[in-house]
Design a binder for this molecule. Structure first.
Ligand SMILES: *Cc1c(COP(=O)(O)O)cnc(C)c1O
Length: 394
C-alpha cells in the first residue's frame, strides 16, 4: 500500500518516517524498495532479541498449529510455563498476564489500591513514562502527555528522580506505593541512583507501602541482567514488564511477591487476551534464548564496548554532554536537539531514536556484534560532523 492511502485511513497519532518496513532479521530491516537498514532501536524497545528471532518464530508457528486462543476460565500450558520462568528468574510470587506495558502498570495500580482502603496515593517520578491509558498516563510525570485529557484520575504525586530528600518529605501513611523505572527510558535514559533505590525500598518498608518497578523497557536482558533491579540490592513488590517479553508479539505482565498474591481475587481483574498461548509461547522462547545464547553476558560486553566508543566521541565533540545508561540501554545527551542527527543517520541507513529532544537513545538488540556497533559509531560521527558543518537541517 502507498503511504498516502495509509495516511487516509490510519489515525494520525504518530510522527512517522516515510519508510515502509516489510522485513526484518536480527539487527537488520528492509523497506519496500529493498533498502537495508541497521536497526539500533528495534521494535521501539520491543526488540531485545532483534527481529524475527528463529526460536521465537518456531515457537509461535508451533503454537499456531495447536490452538491460537484459550479463554482464561480454562488452563493453558504456555501461560503457566512463562509464569514459572518469570518467577524462577525474579522472586517468589505469581504473575498476571495482559497485552501491553500500560496495561501491566494499570494492573499494578489496581493491586496496590485494592490492598488497603486507607492507602490510595501513588508516588511516581517527574519525567517518567508509564503508558497511555488514563491511569498510566496520569502516573507518567510529564504534563505534555496529560494535556487535554482531563479529568485525570486522582491519587498520583510526582517526585524528582534521584531526589532522596524530596522522596522522604513526600512519604506518609496514606501512600500505597512508589512506582518508577530503574532507568527512565522515554524521559532521557536517566538511571536511578543506588541511594534513591535503597531509600525507596526502606521507605516502603517503614510506611507499609509497595514498591512497583516498571521494567517495561529496562527488562528482558536490556541492561545485562534479566531485570534492571537485579543491579541493585533491592527487590520490588510488584514488577511490570512488556515490550521485549514476546520477542515482538504483544504481551504484558506483572509479577507480585507471594505475600501480596491474594489481593486480586477471581473477578477483580482480568483480560480477554492476557496470557494468550501464542504470546506466552513467544515469551517462553525469548527467555530460553536469552539463557541458551548467553545474551545477558553479551549485553554487558557489547554495552561496555558501545559505551567506550560513545565516550571517545564525547572527548572529540563538545555538543556531546553526557553518556548515560546501563548495559545496552544507552543515551547520549547533546547540548542541541538530536532530531537532525537522527535524520542524518536514517539517510545513512541507521535507525536510532531521539527522546526528550536532546537524548539519542541507542538500544540495539542484545545479540548485537562489535562489527555493527563500529558501523553505527562511524555513521553517528559523520552525522555529528554534518550537523556541525551545516547547522540545523530543518
Ligand atoms: C513503553 C513503556 C510503557 C508502555 O508500554 P505500552 O506497551 O506501549 O503500553 C510503560 N512503561 C515504560 C517504562 C515504557 O517504556
Amino acid at each position: 500500500m502507498d503511504q498516502k492511502t495509509f495516511d487516509k485511513y490510519v489515525l494520525n497519532t504518530y510522527t512517522r518516517q516515510p519508510i515502509t518496513i516489510v522485513k526484518g532479521q536480527g539487527s537488520a530491516v528492509w523497506d519496500d524498495k529493498g533498502r537495508e537498514y541497521l536497526d539500533f532501536f528495534p521494535g521501539f524497545g520491543a526488540g531485545n532479541l532483534g527481529h524475527c528471532h528463529p526460536k521465537v518464530v518456531e515457537a509461535v508457528q508451533k503454537q499456531l498449529h495447536e490452538i491460537i486462543h484459550v479463554p482464561n476460565v480454562y488452563y493453558n500450558n504456555a501461560q503457566g510455563e512463562l509464569a514459572k520462568l518469570i518467577i524462577e528468574n525474579t522472586f517468589d510470587g505469581q504473575v498476571f498476564f495482559c497485552n501491553s506495558g500500560a496495561e501491566a502498570n494499570e494492573g499494578a495500580i489496581k493491586l496496590v489500591r485494592k490492598r488497603n482502603p486507607n492507602k490510595k496515593t501513588i508516588i511516581t517520578l517527574k519525567d517518567s513514562f508509564h503508558g497511555r491509558t488514563i491511569a498510566a498516563v496520569t502516573a507518567t510525570g510529564q504534563p505534555v502527555y496529560h494535556d487535554g485529557f482531563d479529568p485525570l484520575p486522582g491519587g498520583f504525586e510526582y517526585c524528582e528522580a534521584n531526589n532522596v530528600e524530596m522522596l522522604k518529605s513526600m512519604m506518609n501513611d496514606g501512600i500505597a506505593a512508589l512506582m518508577f523505572e530503574p532507568i527512565l527510558g522515554e524521559g532521557g535514559i536517566v538511571p536511578i541512583t543506588p541511594e534513591f533505590m535503597m531509600t525507596a525500598r526502606h521507605l516502603c518498608n517503614d510506611y507499609d507501602a509497595l514498591l512497583i518497578l516498571d521494567e517495561v523497557q529496562t527488562g528482558i536482558g536490556r541492561t545485562g541482567k534479566l531485570f534492571a533491579y537485579q543491579h541493585f540490592d533491592v527487590e520490588p513488590d510488584v514488577l511490570t514488564m512488556a515490550k521485549s517479553l514476546g520477542g515482538g508479539i504483544p504481551i504484558g505482565a506483572f509479577a507480585v511477591k507471594r505475600k501480596y498474591c491474594d489481593i486480586l481475587k477471581p473477578g477483580s481483574h482480568g483480560s480477554t487476551f492476557g496470557g494468550n498461548p501464542v504470546a506466552c509461547s513467544a515469551g517462553v522462547a525469548v527467555l530460553k534464548a536469552i539463557a541458551d545464547e548467553n545474551l545477558l553476558e553479551n549485553a554487558t560486553r557489547m554495552g561496555d564496548y558501545l559505551r567506550a566508543k560513545l565516550e571517545i566521541l564525547k572527548t572529540k565533540y563538545t555538543i556531546i554532554k553526557e553518556i548515560r545508561g546501563i548495559g545496552l540501554m544507552l543515551g547520549m545527551e547533546l547540548t542541541i536537539p538530536g532530531a537532525d542527527i537522527m535524520q542524518h543517520c536514517l539517510k545513512k541507513k541507521v535507525l536510532l531514536n531521539c527522546t526528550h529532544k536532546t537524548v539519542l537513545r541507542l538500544m540495539p538488540a542484545i545479540n548485537v556484534t562489535k562489527y555493527k556497533i563500529d558501523r553505527v559509531i562511524r555513521v553517528l560521527e559523520d552525522a555529528i560532523n554534518t550537523q556541525l558543518a551545516w547547522g540545523p537541517q530543518s
